[in-house]
Design a protein around this ligand. Structure first.
Ligand SMILES: [Zn+2]
Length: 243
């Protein structure tokens, strides 16, 4: 598809330009966000970051699409089952917004790697605490914000780690506690929580509004109860205690 980029972009973003301004849009276009995990949370998070016009999206996942993903992972079709998630997601997101760069990393984040590219914000769209803690450490090491979201059943949680200012993930959920969950959830729960994660990512890139920083937002979507649970830094935290 060929298009005149400036006209295309002005038109494409005309409903948000009065809110974030031309400068804000330019800021987003020069920014990079990394979404780790392309499941129920990572799908809406990546879609809305792409929709907002974040100039570089790094998407990271080593998994393939399964049929049981499709109740909540709207980037994929039944015909994608068995395909690598990053490959399908990169194609869909590039077609959805051709003026942004998508970098696909077909791998799981582990102690051994891969080394994630430089980025302005980390979006942790994961289903396990081992990888969440690795992202938390990368966030603290690099001094970049980390948006943490998680779901279970019809409930979601959200917080943003701002290194040196807020509690880190290890202050909130110490690493040595086993927190395995069953992994049952609904598409609207991951959709709401993943969209909130994209919203925090955009706010942190624009440096506007109030981040979900220093508290855990809990959303019980069965009863529509939202609560902000205050969090405190652990001065002895082995990850962020020295900041
Ligand atoms: Zn900490």
């Amino acid at each position: 598809m060929s298009f005149d980029k400036p006209i295309f972009e002005t038109k494409r973003y005309e409903k948000q330009l009065p809110i974030i301004g031309d400068m804000g849009q330019a800021k987003l276009s020069n920014a990079s966000a990394t979404v780790v995990g392309l499941g129920g949370l990572g799908n809406p998070a990546a879609q809305y970051l792409a929709a907002a016009g974040v100039g570089e999206l790094v998407i990271v996942d080593g998994d393939s699409v399964a049929l049981s993903n499709l109740n909540r992972q709207t980037l994929y079709d039944p015909g994608d089952v068995g395909e690598k998630k990053v490959k399908v997601a990169k194609a869909r997101l590039s077609s959805f917004n051709p003026s942004i760069e998508i970098t696909a990393v077909d791998d799981m984040v582990t102690e051994e790697g891969p080394t994630l590219p430089e980025t302005d914000v980390l979006i942790g769209a994961l289903d396990n605490f081992d990888t969440r803690h690795l992202l938390n450490e990368i966030s603290i090491d690099r001094g970049i914000p980390y948006v943490h979201g998680a779901v279970e059943g019809s409930s979601g949680v959200l917080t943003v780690v701002v290194p040196g200012q807020t509690p880190c993930l290890n202050c909130i959920f110490p690493r040595d506690v086993d927190r395995r969950v069953e992994g049952y959830t609904t598409g609207t729960t991951t959709g709401v929580t993943g969209s909130l994660m994209a919203n925090e990512g955009v706010k942190s890139l624009l440096d506007t509004g109030d981040l979900a920083a220093g508290y855990l937002l809990t959303c019980d979507l069965s009863h529509l109860e939202f609560e902000k649970v205050p969090l405190e830094r652990n001065p002895d935290c082995e990850v962020c205690g020295s900041l």
